[in-house]
Design a protein around this ligand. Structure first.
Ligand SMILES: Cc1cc2nc3c(=O)[nH]c(=O)nc-3n(C[C@H](O)[C@H](O)[C@H](O)COP(=O)(O)OP(=O)(O)OC[C@H]3O[C@@H](n4cnc5c(N)ncnc54)[C@H](O)[C@@H]3O)c2cc1C
Length: 434
Protein backbone atom coordinates (compact mmCIF):
# COMPACT_ATOMS: atom_id res chain seq x y z
CA UNK A 1 0.00 0.00 0.00
CA UNK A 2 2.83 2.38 0.82
CA UNK A 3 4.06 1.82 -2.75
CA UNK A 4 0.68 3.09 -4.04
CA UNK A 5 0.97 6.09 -1.77
CA UNK A 6 4.52 6.90 -2.81
CA UNK A 7 6.39 9.31 -0.55
CA UNK A 8 4.25 10.68 2.23
CA UNK A 9 4.82 14.45 2.67
CA UNK A 10 6.86 15.26 5.78
CA UNK A 11 4.04 17.20 7.45
CA UNK A 12 1.84 14.10 7.31
CA UNK A 13 4.38 11.89 9.05
CA UNK A 14 2.58 9.70 11.60
CA UNK A 15 -0.82 10.89 10.33
CA UNK A 16 -1.27 8.43 7.46
CA UNK A 17 -2.89 5.19 8.55
CA UNK A 18 -2.48 2.24 6.18
CA UNK A 19 -3.98 -1.28 6.55
CA UNK A 20 -0.86 -2.55 8.35
CA UNK A 21 -1.35 0.07 11.11
CA UNK A 22 -3.16 -0.94 14.34
CA UNK A 23 -5.31 2.22 14.06
CA UNK A 24 -6.70 1.19 10.68
CA UNK A 25 -9.39 -1.10 12.11
CA UNK A 26 -11.16 1.72 13.92
CA UNK A 27 -10.69 4.26 11.10
CA UNK A 28 -11.52 2.37 7.91
CA UNK A 29 -15.34 2.49 8.14
CA UNK A 30 -18.26 4.79 8.76
CA UNK A 31 -21.46 4.17 10.71
CA UNK A 32 -23.26 2.58 7.75
CA UNK A 33 -20.43 1.33 5.57
CA UNK A 34 -17.40 -0.92 5.92
CA UNK A 35 -14.60 0.56 3.82
CA UNK A 36 -11.19 -0.63 2.63
CA UNK A 37 -9.34 2.59 1.78
CA UNK A 38 -5.66 2.48 0.79
CA UNK A 39 -5.03 4.99 3.57
CA UNK A 40 -6.77 7.22 6.08
CA UNK A 41 -5.10 10.60 6.65
CA UNK A 42 -5.70 12.24 10.05
CA UNK A 43 -4.87 15.92 9.53
CA UNK A 44 -4.30 18.19 12.51
CA UNK A 45 -4.37 21.52 10.65
CA UNK A 46 -5.60 23.15 7.45
CA UNK A 47 -2.03 22.74 6.12
CA UNK A 48 -2.27 18.99 6.69
CA UNK A 49 -5.56 18.89 4.78
CA UNK A 50 -3.90 20.68 1.85
CA UNK A 51 -1.02 18.18 2.01
CA UNK A 52 -3.51 15.28 1.99
CA UNK A 53 -5.23 16.73 -1.09
CA UNK A 54 -1.83 17.10 -2.76
CA UNK A 55 -1.07 13.46 -1.96
CA UNK A 56 -4.39 12.41 -3.49
CA UNK A 57 -3.63 14.34 -6.68
CA UNK A 58 -0.13 12.93 -6.96
CA UNK A 59 -1.23 9.34 -6.42
CA UNK A 60 -4.51 9.60 -8.31
CA UNK A 61 -6.30 8.07 -5.33
CA UNK A 62 -10.00 8.84 -5.06
CA UNK A 63 -10.80 11.11 -2.09
CA UNK A 64 -13.41 10.59 0.65
CA UNK A 65 -13.97 13.30 3.25
CA UNK A 66 -15.06 12.40 6.77
CA UNK A 67 -15.87 14.44 9.85
CA UNK A 68 -17.99 12.26 12.18
CA UNK A 69 -18.56 9.32 9.82
CA UNK A 70 -22.35 9.34 10.22
CA UNK A 71 -23.13 10.13 6.60
CA UNK A 72 -25.87 7.75 5.42
CA UNK A 73 -24.43 7.17 1.96
CA UNK A 74 -21.09 6.02 3.37
CA UNK A 75 -19.29 8.76 1.43
CA UNK A 76 -16.92 9.14 4.39
CA UNK A 77 -15.03 6.04 3.28
CA UNK A 78 -14.20 4.16 0.08
CA UNK A 79 -12.39 1.13 -1.25
CA UNK A 80 -8.81 1.63 -2.39
CA UNK A 81 -8.83 5.42 -2.09
CA UNK A 82 -7.69 8.08 0.35
CA UNK A 83 -9.91 9.07 3.28
CA UNK A 84 -9.33 12.50 4.81
CA UNK A 85 -10.64 12.02 8.36
CA UNK A 86 -10.91 15.29 10.30
CA UNK A 87 -11.52 13.55 13.64
CA UNK A 88 -8.30 14.89 15.17
CA UNK A 89 -9.51 18.46 14.58
CA UNK A 90 -12.17 18.79 17.27
CA UNK A 91 -11.51 22.01 19.17
CA UNK A 92 -14.48 24.05 20.36
CA UNK A 93 -13.97 27.61 21.65
CA UNK A 94 -16.18 30.53 22.55
CA UNK A 95 -14.78 33.39 20.47
CA UNK A 96 -17.05 36.11 21.84
CA UNK A 97 -19.54 35.35 24.63
CA UNK A 98 -21.43 38.64 24.15
CA UNK A 99 -22.33 37.84 20.55
CA UNK A 100 -22.48 34.08 21.28
CA UNK A 101 -19.91 33.43 18.56
CA UNK A 102 -18.34 30.00 18.75
CA UNK A 103 -15.57 28.42 16.65
CA UNK A 104 -16.00 24.70 16.12
CA UNK A 105 -13.60 22.44 14.24
CA UNK A 106 -15.19 20.14 11.70
CA UNK A 107 -14.07 16.88 13.26
CA UNK A 108 -15.79 17.50 16.60
CA UNK A 109 -18.88 15.44 17.41
CA UNK A 110 -21.99 17.30 18.50
CA UNK A 111 -21.79 15.70 21.98
CA UNK A 112 -18.39 17.35 22.39
CA UNK A 113 -19.76 20.68 21.20
CA UNK A 114 -22.71 20.53 23.63
CA UNK A 115 -20.41 19.62 26.52
CA UNK A 116 -18.00 22.47 25.75
CA UNK A 117 -20.74 25.09 25.40
CA UNK A 118 -22.88 24.12 28.40
CA UNK A 119 -20.72 25.88 31.03
CA UNK A 120 -21.18 29.11 29.03
CA UNK A 121 -24.99 28.74 28.98
CA UNK A 122 -24.87 28.25 25.20
CA UNK A 123 -26.02 25.55 22.79
CA UNK A 124 -26.23 24.87 19.06
CA UNK A 125 -29.17 22.83 17.78
CA UNK A 126 -27.57 20.24 15.48
CA UNK A 127 -29.19 16.82 15.24
CA UNK A 128 -30.57 14.10 17.46
CA UNK A 129 -27.36 12.15 18.02
CA UNK A 130 -24.17 13.16 19.82
CA UNK A 131 -21.85 11.05 17.67
CA UNK A 132 -22.74 12.86 14.43
CA UNK A 133 -19.93 15.07 13.15
CA UNK A 134 -19.87 18.85 12.90
CA UNK A 135 -18.65 18.77 9.29
CA UNK A 136 -21.56 16.84 7.74
CA UNK A 137 -24.27 18.77 9.59
CA UNK A 138 -22.76 22.25 9.26
CA UNK A 139 -22.29 21.80 5.48
CA UNK A 140 -25.66 20.06 4.86
CA UNK A 141 -28.38 21.45 7.13
CA UNK A 142 -28.88 20.38 10.73
CA UNK A 143 -32.44 19.50 11.76
CA UNK A 144 -31.94 19.36 15.50
CA UNK A 145 -33.89 18.98 18.72
CA UNK A 146 -34.54 22.76 18.86
CA UNK A 147 -35.05 23.26 15.13
CA UNK A 148 -38.23 25.34 15.37
CA UNK A 149 -36.67 27.68 17.92
CA UNK A 150 -33.14 27.93 16.45
CA UNK A 151 -33.61 27.04 12.78
CA UNK A 152 -31.14 24.83 10.95
CA UNK A 153 -27.55 24.68 12.12
CA UNK A 154 -26.38 26.20 8.81
CA UNK A 155 -28.62 29.23 9.39
CA UNK A 156 -26.20 30.34 12.11
CA UNK A 157 -22.89 29.62 10.36
CA UNK A 158 -21.26 33.04 10.07
CA UNK A 159 -17.93 31.90 8.59
CA UNK A 160 -16.39 28.73 7.23
CA UNK A 161 -12.67 27.98 7.08
CA UNK A 162 -12.25 25.93 3.95
CA UNK A 163 -9.42 24.15 2.17
CA UNK A 164 -10.30 24.19 -1.51
CA UNK A 165 -9.47 21.17 -3.67
CA UNK A 166 -6.40 23.01 -5.07
CA UNK A 167 -5.07 23.34 -1.50
CA UNK A 168 -5.89 27.04 -1.08
CA UNK A 169 -7.10 28.06 2.40
CA UNK A 170 -10.06 30.47 2.46
CA UNK A 171 -12.01 31.95 5.35
CA UNK A 172 -15.40 32.58 3.79
CA UNK A 173 -17.78 35.03 5.44
CA UNK A 174 -20.33 37.66 4.45
CA UNK A 175 -17.58 39.98 3.11
CA UNK A 176 -14.88 37.61 1.91
CA UNK A 177 -15.88 34.94 -0.63
CA UNK A 178 -19.62 35.19 0.19
CA UNK A 179 -20.45 32.74 -2.63
CA UNK A 180 -18.26 30.11 -0.99
CA UNK A 181 -20.06 30.73 2.32
CA UNK A 182 -23.40 30.42 0.51
CA UNK A 183 -22.59 27.02 -0.95
CA UNK A 184 -20.96 25.75 2.25
CA UNK A 185 -24.28 26.37 3.99
CA UNK A 186 -26.26 23.46 2.60
CA UNK A 187 -24.18 22.06 -0.26
CA UNK A 188 -20.64 22.23 1.09
CA UNK A 189 -19.64 18.68 0.24
CA UNK A 190 -18.88 19.48 -3.40
CA UNK A 191 -17.02 22.77 -2.93
CA UNK A 192 -14.21 22.26 -0.43
CA UNK A 193 -13.19 20.71 2.87
CA UNK A 194 -14.39 22.81 5.81
CA UNK A 195 -11.95 22.59 8.68
CA UNK A 196 -13.83 24.91 11.06
CA UNK A 197 -16.96 27.02 11.35
CA UNK A 198 -17.88 30.13 13.27
CA UNK A 199 -21.41 29.61 14.49
CA UNK A 200 -23.73 31.85 16.46
CA UNK A 201 -24.97 29.75 19.38
CA UNK A 202 -28.15 30.35 21.40
CA UNK A 203 -28.59 31.15 25.06
CA UNK A 204 -29.93 28.04 26.74
CA UNK A 205 -30.05 27.14 30.40
CA UNK A 206 -32.04 23.95 30.02
CA UNK A 207 -34.78 22.19 28.10
CA UNK A 208 -38.03 20.37 28.69
CA UNK A 209 -38.00 16.81 27.39
CA UNK A 210 -41.33 14.99 27.07
CA UNK A 211 -42.00 11.54 25.68
CA UNK A 212 -45.47 10.51 24.54
CA UNK A 213 -46.94 7.48 22.83
CA UNK A 214 -50.11 7.87 20.78
CA UNK A 215 -52.18 5.26 18.99
CA UNK A 216 -52.37 5.97 15.24
CA UNK A 217 -55.50 5.09 13.28
CA UNK A 218 -55.09 3.51 9.80
CA UNK A 219 -56.14 6.75 8.07
CA UNK A 220 -53.44 8.68 9.93
CA UNK A 221 -55.77 11.25 11.50
CA UNK A 222 -53.54 11.24 14.59
CA UNK A 223 -50.61 12.32 12.41
CA UNK A 224 -52.70 15.07 10.86
CA UNK A 225 -53.57 16.37 14.34
CA UNK A 226 -49.87 16.18 15.33
CA UNK A 227 -48.93 18.22 12.24
CA UNK A 228 -51.73 20.71 12.86
CA UNK A 229 -50.68 21.11 16.49
CA UNK A 230 -47.07 21.66 15.48
CA UNK A 231 -48.10 24.22 12.86
CA UNK A 232 -49.81 26.30 15.57
CA UNK A 233 -47.21 25.66 18.28
CA UNK A 234 -44.87 28.35 19.60
CA UNK A 235 -41.37 27.95 18.19
CA UNK A 236 -40.13 26.87 21.61
CA UNK A 237 -41.64 23.47 20.77
CA UNK A 238 -39.96 21.02 18.38
CA UNK A 239 -40.97 17.39 18.08
CA UNK A 240 -39.98 14.15 16.43
CA UNK A 241 -42.16 11.12 15.77
CA UNK A 242 -41.17 7.53 15.22
CA UNK A 243 -43.86 5.20 13.89
CA UNK A 244 -43.82 1.62 15.11
CA UNK A 245 -46.27 -0.93 13.77
CA UNK A 246 -47.25 -4.35 14.97
CA UNK A 247 -49.60 -5.97 12.48
CA UNK A 248 -52.15 -3.32 11.71
CA UNK A 249 -51.62 -1.44 15.00
CA UNK A 250 -49.41 1.62 14.71
CA UNK A 251 -48.05 3.72 17.55
CA UNK A 252 -46.44 7.15 17.27
CA UNK A 253 -43.60 7.56 19.74
CA UNK A 254 -43.26 11.31 20.09
CA UNK A 255 -40.36 13.20 21.60
CA UNK A 256 -41.19 16.82 22.32
CA UNK A 257 -38.44 19.25 23.28
CA UNK A 258 -39.23 22.67 24.72
CA UNK A 259 -36.58 25.41 24.66
CA UNK A 260 -37.23 26.36 28.29
CA UNK A 261 -36.40 25.02 31.73
CA UNK A 262 -39.55 26.51 33.28
CA UNK A 263 -41.89 23.61 34.23
CA UNK A 264 -45.03 25.73 33.77
CA UNK A 265 -43.94 26.84 30.28
CA UNK A 266 -43.03 23.26 29.38
CA UNK A 267 -46.42 21.96 30.56
CA UNK A 268 -48.41 24.62 28.71
CA UNK A 269 -46.36 24.26 25.53
CA UNK A 270 -46.71 20.50 25.34
CA UNK A 271 -50.36 20.31 26.48
CA UNK A 272 -51.92 20.48 22.96
CA UNK A 273 -49.96 17.39 21.92
CA UNK A 274 -51.84 15.40 24.56
CA UNK A 275 -55.04 16.04 22.61
CA UNK A 276 -53.97 14.61 19.25
CA UNK A 277 -55.48 11.23 20.07
CA UNK A 278 -55.27 8.41 22.53
CA UNK A 279 -52.03 9.25 24.31
CA UNK A 280 -51.00 6.16 26.25
CA UNK A 281 -47.72 7.06 27.90
CA UNK A 282 -45.97 10.21 28.94
CA UNK A 283 -42.84 11.20 30.76
CA UNK A 284 -41.40 14.68 31.31
CA UNK A 285 -38.04 15.99 32.51
CA UNK A 286 -36.23 19.28 32.80
CA UNK A 287 -32.68 18.60 31.67
CA UNK A 288 -29.56 20.29 30.36
CA UNK A 289 -29.20 20.34 26.57
CA UNK A 290 -26.27 17.91 26.94
CA UNK A 291 -28.79 15.23 27.97
CA UNK A 292 -30.13 15.22 24.39
CA UNK A 293 -26.72 14.66 22.75
CA UNK A 294 -24.73 13.10 25.59
CA UNK A 295 -21.10 12.03 25.43
CA UNK A 296 -22.38 8.48 26.03
CA UNK A 297 -23.34 8.61 22.35
CA UNK A 298 -19.67 8.75 21.33
CA UNK A 299 -18.43 5.57 19.69
CA UNK A 300 -16.17 4.30 16.93
CA UNK A 301 -17.80 3.65 13.59
CA UNK A 302 -17.35 0.14 12.22
CA UNK A 303 -20.11 -0.11 9.63
CA UNK A 304 -22.39 -1.30 12.42
CA UNK A 305 -25.63 0.12 10.97
CA UNK A 306 -26.00 -0.63 7.24
CA UNK A 307 -29.28 0.83 6.06
CA UNK A 308 -31.11 2.34 3.13
CA UNK A 309 -32.55 5.77 3.85
CA UNK A 310 -34.47 8.36 1.91
CA UNK A 311 -36.53 11.40 2.85
CA UNK A 312 -38.94 14.03 1.68
CA UNK A 313 -40.46 17.28 2.91
CA UNK A 314 -44.18 17.80 3.35
CA UNK A 315 -45.70 21.22 2.92
CA UNK A 316 -48.97 19.96 4.35
CA UNK A 317 -50.05 16.77 6.07
CA UNK A 318 -52.96 15.99 3.75
CA UNK A 319 -55.24 13.00 4.40
CA UNK A 320 -53.53 11.12 1.53
CA UNK A 321 -50.04 11.88 2.86
CA UNK A 322 -51.00 10.81 6.39
CA UNK A 323 -52.53 7.57 5.09
CA UNK A 324 -49.42 6.87 3.01
CA UNK A 325 -47.22 7.34 6.08
CA UNK A 326 -49.19 4.75 8.06
CA UNK A 327 -49.12 2.34 5.12
CA UNK A 328 -45.34 2.73 4.78
CA UNK A 329 -44.99 1.81 8.47
CA UNK A 330 -47.62 -0.93 8.65
CA UNK A 331 -47.78 -2.21 5.07
CA UNK A 332 -46.67 -5.62 3.80
CA UNK A 333 -42.98 -4.53 3.52
CA UNK A 334 -42.77 -2.01 6.39
CA UNK A 335 -39.97 0.50 6.82
CA UNK A 336 -39.01 2.71 9.74
CA UNK A 337 -40.80 6.06 9.36
CA UNK A 338 -39.71 9.15 11.30
CA UNK A 339 -41.15 12.66 11.21
CA UNK A 340 -39.49 15.89 12.29
CA UNK A 341 -41.38 19.11 12.81
CA UNK A 342 -40.12 22.10 10.80
CA UNK A 343 -41.64 25.57 10.63
CA UNK A 344 -40.86 28.19 13.25
CA UNK A 345 -37.37 29.58 12.73
CA UNK A 346 -36.69 27.32 9.71
CA UNK A 347 -39.10 29.55 7.78
CA UNK A 348 -37.30 32.80 8.66
CA UNK A 349 -34.49 32.87 6.08
CA UNK A 350 -35.15 33.83 2.49
CA UNK A 351 -35.13 30.61 0.38
CA UNK A 352 -32.16 31.96 -1.59
CA UNK A 353 -30.10 32.89 1.49
CA UNK A 354 -28.41 29.49 1.74
CA UNK A 355 -28.13 26.38 -0.44
CA UNK A 356 -30.95 24.84 1.66
CA UNK A 357 -33.90 26.38 -0.18
CA UNK A 358 -36.79 24.62 1.58
CA UNK A 359 -38.29 27.32 3.75
CA UNK A 360 -42.04 26.70 3.62
CA UNK A 361 -42.34 22.97 4.37
CA UNK A 362 -43.74 21.84 7.70
CA UNK A 363 -42.45 18.28 8.14
CA UNK A 364 -39.38 16.23 7.28
CA UNK A 365 -40.22 12.57 6.66
CA UNK A 366 -37.43 9.99 6.83
CA UNK A 367 -37.82 6.39 5.67
CA UNK A 368 -35.23 3.73 6.49
CA UNK A 369 -34.86 0.03 5.77
CA UNK A 370 -32.33 -2.10 7.60
CA UNK A 371 -30.31 -5.03 6.29
CA UNK A 372 -32.93 -7.71 6.76
CA UNK A 373 -34.98 -5.60 4.38
CA UNK A 374 -33.38 -4.02 1.35
CA UNK A 375 -33.43 -0.99 -0.91
CA UNK A 376 -36.36 -2.58 -2.79
CA UNK A 377 -38.48 -2.59 0.36
CA UNK A 378 -37.72 1.08 0.88
CA UNK A 379 -38.52 1.96 -2.73
CA UNK A 380 -41.82 0.03 -2.55
CA UNK A 381 -42.86 1.66 0.73
CA UNK A 382 -41.75 5.12 -0.39
CA UNK A 383 -43.47 5.12 -3.81
CA UNK A 384 -46.97 6.03 -2.52
CA UNK A 385 -45.49 8.75 -0.33
CA UNK A 386 -43.23 10.37 -2.91
CA UNK A 387 -45.96 12.29 -4.79
CA UNK A 388 -46.86 14.10 -1.55
CA UNK A 389 -43.34 15.39 -0.93
CA UNK A 390 -42.01 18.78 -1.89
CA UNK A 391 -38.22 18.61 -1.96
CA UNK A 392 -35.77 16.74 0.24
CA UNK A 393 -32.87 17.18 2.65
CA UNK A 394 -29.50 16.05 1.33
CA UNK A 395 -28.30 14.53 4.62
CA UNK A 396 -30.93 11.80 4.93
CA UNK A 397 -30.27 10.16 1.56
CA UNK A 398 -28.23 6.97 1.31
CA UNK A 399 -28.22 6.69 -2.50
CA UNK A 400 -27.52 10.16 -3.89
CA UNK A 401 -27.97 10.58 -7.63
CA UNK A 402 -29.19 13.22 -10.07
CA UNK A 403 -32.80 12.77 -8.98
CA UNK A 404 -32.05 13.21 -5.30
CA UNK A 405 -29.81 16.21 -6.14
CA UNK A 406 -32.74 17.88 -7.92
CA UNK A 407 -35.04 17.26 -4.94
CA UNK A 408 -32.51 18.67 -2.46
CA UNK A 409 -31.46 21.59 -4.65
CA UNK A 410 -34.42 22.60 -6.83
CA UNK A 411 -34.38 24.93 -9.84
CA UNK A 412 -32.24 28.07 -9.40
CA UNK A 413 -30.64 26.72 -6.22
CA UNK A 414 -29.47 23.60 -8.08
CA UNK A 415 -28.04 25.68 -10.93
CA UNK A 416 -26.15 27.91 -8.48
CA UNK A 417 -24.82 24.90 -6.53
CA UNK A 418 -23.65 23.24 -9.75
CA UNK A 419 -21.90 26.43 -10.92
CA UNK A 420 -20.16 26.90 -7.58
CA UNK A 421 -19.05 23.28 -7.34
CA UNK A 422 -17.50 23.70 -10.81
CA UNK A 423 -15.88 26.99 -9.82
CA UNK A 424 -14.30 25.75 -6.58
CA UNK A 425 -13.67 22.15 -7.63
CA UNK A 426 -13.21 22.23 -11.42
CA UNK A 427 -11.79 18.69 -11.53
CA UNK A 428 -14.61 17.22 -9.45
CA UNK A 429 -12.20 15.84 -6.83
CA UNK A 430 -14.81 16.12 -4.06
CA UNK A 431 -18.01 15.97 -6.10
CA UNK A 432 -20.54 13.67 -4.36
CA UNK A 433 -21.24 10.66 -6.54
CA UNK A 434 -23.45 7.60 -6.29
C1 LIG B 1 -27.76 8.04 13.79
C2 LIG B 1 -27.90 9.27 12.92
C3 LIG B 1 -28.67 10.31 13.38
C4 LIG B 1 -28.80 11.46 12.59
N1 LIG B 1 -29.58 12.48 13.06
C5 LIG B 1 -29.67 13.62 12.34
C6 LIG B 1 -30.47 14.69 12.81
O1 LIG B 1 -31.09 14.61 13.86
N2 LIG B 1 -30.52 15.82 12.07
C7 LIG B 1 -29.84 15.95 10.90
O2 LIG B 1 -29.89 17.02 10.29
N3 LIG B 1 -29.13 14.93 10.41
C8 LIG B 1 -29.03 13.77 11.09
N4 LIG B 1 -28.34 12.72 10.58
C9 LIG B 1 -27.80 12.84 9.23
C10 LIG B 1 -26.52 13.65 9.26
O3 LIG B 1 -26.82 15.01 9.08
C11 LIG B 1 -25.62 13.24 8.12
O4 LIG B 1 -25.43 11.87 8.16
C12 LIG B 1 -24.28 14.00 8.19
O5 LIG B 1 -23.69 13.95 6.93
C13 LIG B 1 -23.36 13.40 9.19
O6 LIG B 1 -22.22 14.21 9.38
P1 LIG B 1 -20.82 13.52 9.66
O7 LIG B 1 -19.80 14.59 9.69
O8 LIG B 1 -20.92 12.61 10.83
O9 LIG B 1 -20.70 12.62 8.34
P2 LIG B 1 -19.46 12.06 7.53
O10 LIG B 1 -19.82 10.64 7.21
O11 LIG B 1 -18.19 12.31 8.20
O12 LIG B 1 -19.51 12.91 6.20
C14 LIG B 1 -20.52 12.68 5.24
C15 LIG B 1 -20.20 13.53 4.03
O13 LIG B 1 -20.45 14.91 4.33
C16 LIG B 1 -19.48 15.72 3.68
N5 LIG B 1 -18.63 16.34 4.69
C17 LIG B 1 -18.40 15.90 5.95
N6 LIG B 1 -17.56 16.72 6.58
C18 LIG B 1 -17.24 17.68 5.70
C19 LIG B 1 -16.38 18.81 5.76
N7 LIG B 1 -15.72 19.10 6.87
N8 LIG B 1 -16.27 19.60 4.67
C20 LIG B 1 -16.95 19.32 3.55
N9 LIG B 1 -17.77 18.26 3.42
C21 LIG B 1 -17.91 17.46 4.49
C22 LIG B 1 -18.64 14.80 2.83
O14 LIG B 1 -19.20 14.66 1.54
C23 LIG B 1 -18.76 13.50 3.60
O15 LIG B 1 -18.44 12.36 2.83
C24 LIG B 1 -28.18 11.55 11.32
C25 LIG B 1 -27.42 10.47 10.87
C26 LIG B 1 -27.29 9.33 11.65
C27 LIG B 1 -26.49 8.18 11.12
Amino acid sequence: MTATLGTVPAELSGKVVTPDDARYRSLRSTYTTVGSPAAVVRPESAGDVAAALRLARETGLRVAVRSGGHGLSGSGTNDGGLVIDLGAMHRVEVVDRASRLVRVEAGARWAQVARALAPHGLAISSGDHGNVGVGGIATGGGVGWLVRRYGLTIDHVRAAEVVLPDGTFVRADAHNEPELLWVMRGAGAGAGIAVAFEIEAMELSGIGYVQLAAAVDPAGDTLRRWAETMREAPRELSSAVMLASRGTRTTAFITAVVASDNPAVIRDTVQPLLDIGEVTAQEAHVAPYTALVPTQHLHANTGQMPSATTNGLLTEMTPDAAGALVTASAGPRPVLVQLRSLGGATHDPNPSATAFAHRHQSTLVIGSAFPSDNRGALAAAWAPLAPHTDGAYVNFESAPDETTFARAYPAATGARVTDLWKRYDPDGLLRPRP
